[in-house]
Design a protein around this ligand. Structure first.
Ligand code: OGA
Ligand code: NI
Length: 364
C-alpha cells in the first residue's frame, strides 16, 4: 500500500526518526536513494505559512557598505547609524566590502559541498550528536525533539575560544574552514565595535563583555527536495548566539520575518548576511532584535550555506549575561534575568526549532 505522506494519521514517529538517524546518511542519503516523495517525518503538520513578499516589491533588504570604515570617520558614523537602524528594525542586514575576498567565500562554499558529497561511508565516521565534539555532522540537531524534521544536513565545528586541532577536521574542508573562520572572527571584531557604538557605548564594550570570544561554524547542505511545499528546509527560528555571519549561495530560500511578512534575503554575490542573535537582544534589553527566519526547501539543489555563530555555546563559562547596566534606567528597566551562554544554549537545544522564541523563558 502506498503511504499517503500528507496524512497526519498517527504513526510511530520515534521509530522512523531512529531509523533515519541510524542510516547516518542524512537527507542526502534519501535523495541518493532516489526517493520521489518525502518520508512523513519531514511533512510539516500545519501548512507552511505563506505571505512571502519578495523584498524588491515592498521592502528593500538592508545592505551596509563597510568600505572606508577604518580610514574615514564620516563614513564610519554613517555606517554605525545604518547598522544600528537595521539591527533595531530588521535584526538583519547584508554587508559588502567586508574585507573577505570573493575567492575565500567561493572556496568555503565548495568546501561545504566537498564535505557532504564525499563518499557516504567516509562521511559516516563524523556522524554524531555529542555536543562536546570539535567537529561533527548530523541531520537535524533537534531530530528527536522537534515537531517536524528539516530537509537539511549540517556539520558543526567549534572554532573559538579553543581552536580545533587541524587533524580533527576533515581534510576536504580543513584549510578553508580555518582560513574562512579566521576572517569571520576579524569581521566580527569590527561588527561588534559598530554595534557597541550604535547602542551608544564605547567601541570595545561588547568585545570586553566576551561577545567575540566564541565561534561555532555550521555548514548546511539542503539537497534538492521533491516536495518543497510541505517540507521545511529550516523551520522558523531565531538564533541563540550574540551575532551570526552567514554565507549563502545563489539559490535563495532564506526568509526573514518583517512587518508580518516573510521577506526573501536576496542572494547578493560577495555579500555576507549578518543577524542579531537572542543573546544580543537580551543584553541590549530589546534595543536590537533577534528576528525569526527560516529556509524554504527547493526543487533545485543542493543549496549550501555557512553560518558562523558568535557564541561559546556549551563551554562551561562562568560569566553571567543580563541587560547591560549602562542601558538600564528607571524608564528602561531590565527585561531579562541573567543567564550564562551555556544555560541559554542548553535550553534552546532541548527546546528545538518548535516555532517559539527561547527568549521568552528568560523574560522578567
Ligand atoms: C541558521 C540559519 C540559514 C541558512 O543556521 O541558524 O538560519 O541560510 N541558517 O542556512
Ligand atoms: Ni538561523
Amino acid at each position: 500500500m502506498e503511504v499517503d505522506n500528507t496524512n497526519e494519521a498517527k504513526y510511530d514517529r520515534k521509530a522512523e526518526l531512529q531509523a533515519f538517524d541510524e542510516t547516518k546518511a542524512g537527507v542526502k542519503g534519501l535523495v541518493d536513494a532516489g526517493i520521489t516523495k518525502v518520508p512523513r517525518i519531514f511533512v510539516q503538520p500545519s501548512k507552511i505559512e505563506d505571505s512571502t513578499i519578495h523584498s524588491d516589491k515592498k521592502f528593500s533588504f538592508p545592505v551596509v557598505d563597510l568600505d572606508g570604515i577604518k580610514e574615514d570617520p564620516i563614513k564610519r558614523k554613517k555606517i554605525v547609524q545604518e547598522v544600528g537602524h537595521a539591527s533595531e528594525t530588521w535584526g538583519f542586514f547584508q554587508v559588502i566590502n567586508h574585507g573577505i575576498p570573493t575567492h575565500v567565500l567561493e572556496e568555503m562554499k565548495d568546501g561545504v559541498i566537498r564535505f557532504f558529497e564525499e563518499d557516504t561511508e567516509l562521511k559516516k565516521q563524523w556522524y554524531s550528536r555529542d555536543v562536546s565534539k570539535e567537529f561533527k555532522y548530523n541531520s537535524n540537531f533537534d531530530l528527536f525533539g522537534a515537531p517536524v524534521t528539516n530537509w537539511r544536513d549540517t556539520f558543526s565545528a567549534t572554532i573559538a575560544p579553543i581552536p580545533p586541532k587541524p587533524e580533527e577536521l576533515p581534510s576536504v574542508c580543513r584549510d578553508i574552514l580555518l582560513e574562512y573562520t579566521n576572517r569571520v572572527m576579524e569581521l566580527g571584531a569590527t561588527l561588534f565595535e559598530l554595534l557597541s557604538e550604535a547602542i551608544g557605548l564605547e567601541p570595545n564594550h561588547l568585545k570586553d563583555l566576551g561577545c567575540t570570544e566564541g565561534l561555532l561554524a555550521l555548514g548546511h547542505y539542503y539537497p534538492a527536495c521533491p516536495q518543497p511545499e510541505i517540507t521545511p528546509g529550516t523551520s522558523k527560528h531565531a538564533d541563540n548566539d550574540f551575532l551570526t555571519v552567514l554565507l549563502q549561495d545563489d539559490i535563495g530560500g532564506l526568509q526573514v520575518r518583517h512587518q508580518n511578512h516573510w521577506v526573501d534575503v536576496p542572494p547578493v554575490p560577495g555579500a555576507l548576511v549578518v543577524n542579531i542573535g537572542d543573546m544580543l537582544q537580551l543584553i541590549s534589553n530589546d534595543k536590537f532584535n533577534s528576528v525569526e527566519h527560516r529556509v524554504l526547501a527547493n526543487k533545485v539543489g543542493p543549496r549550501v550555506s555557512m553560518a558562523c555563530f558568535f557564541t561559546t555555546s556549551f563551554l562551561p563559562t562562568q560569566r553571567m549575561y543580563g541587560p547591560i547596566s549602562e542601558l538600564i534606567s528607571e524608564h528602561n528597566p531590565p527585561k531579562y534575568r541573567e543567564t550564562t551562554i551555556k544555560e541559554y544554549s542548553t535550553y534552546f537545544n532541548n527546546k528545538g526549532l518548535d516555532g517559539t522564541s527561547a527568549l521568552l523563558h528568560f523574560r522578567l
